[in-house]
Design a protein around this ligand. Sequence first.
Ligand SMILES: [Mn+2]
Length: 341
Amino acid sequence: MQPEEFARYRDAARAIAAILSSSNRIVLTTHVRPDGDALGSVLGLGNALSAVGKQPRLILPSPIPASLGFLPGSSALEVYDASKHDAFIATADAIVCLDFNVLDRLDAMASAVAASPAVRLLVDHHLEPAPGFHAMLWDTEVASTAELVFALLLLEFPGAFSAAVATPLYTGILTDTGNFRFPRTTARTHRIVAALIEYGADPVAIAEALYDQNSPARLRLLGQVLRQLELHCDGACVLLQLRRKDVLDAGAREDETEGFVQHTLTVAGARVGVFISELLDGSDGVKVSLRSKGTFDVARIAEELGGGGHRNAAGAVVRGISLEAARQRVLAMIEAALHAE
Ligand SMILES: [Mn+2]
């Protein structure tokens, strides 16, 4: 792969590399509830920096999902604990923020990072970064932050690539592109992935580790949810719902309903997908997950419900409402939005 392909990142990459090279105390971090791209980017860069003799601390604001524990280097990930980490953060030379761009996304860790005099660096692909970063490798046109980490390494640390670097980056790209299906998946994305495979990423092993991990209870629960699939708005809207009782009956864990919403948009003709589930902690309310294709904006609907997200993927937690009332309310909003097009 040719570094020329990343010419537009050259200045940013050089600035970031210069700061990292002259820093001893480095923190890498990412947003709460880290996904494959968040962890893949942290571990890809972390493992690469280790390869060039740095000892970055990888400090995250929330626990690492067990499903991503296969990533090389994940045993070095630390979950933020003020008593353990504030002193290091306060005396760090550089803090690299990966896959997010406003400090709020660090939750309880935000104030320690905000107060630190460390040079703050950004590698990210989300809209509207907050001010306060000394250097930014930032591009909203790429599908994943992992692609930007790849560019940084190819431009500035090409000797650092190994399977331990390639595997997390491949995972970040695979998950944030929805397995190469989402918009912004480009020929360059595939050239990066080809290079990562040559550096040692194993597509078969990674896909198995990510996707072939269902428990029988989860699949039975999914079957129960899919049996009740509803079509609305002449088939443009597909709705799934989940009662807490279903989860208990199936013997599934709370986190095993993750990803159910993805099935909505696999129905031919579906443009909007809704998954409403009762709060699994037993408190009064529901979680609404929304997905869409094309220009239909589910972020607007999520915002009206008190949540947020992106145009094609958004969600909200609504307290003090029954599943049925939430269902009626969300359907009415979607119907009105489709009608207004
Ligand atoms: Mn991302």
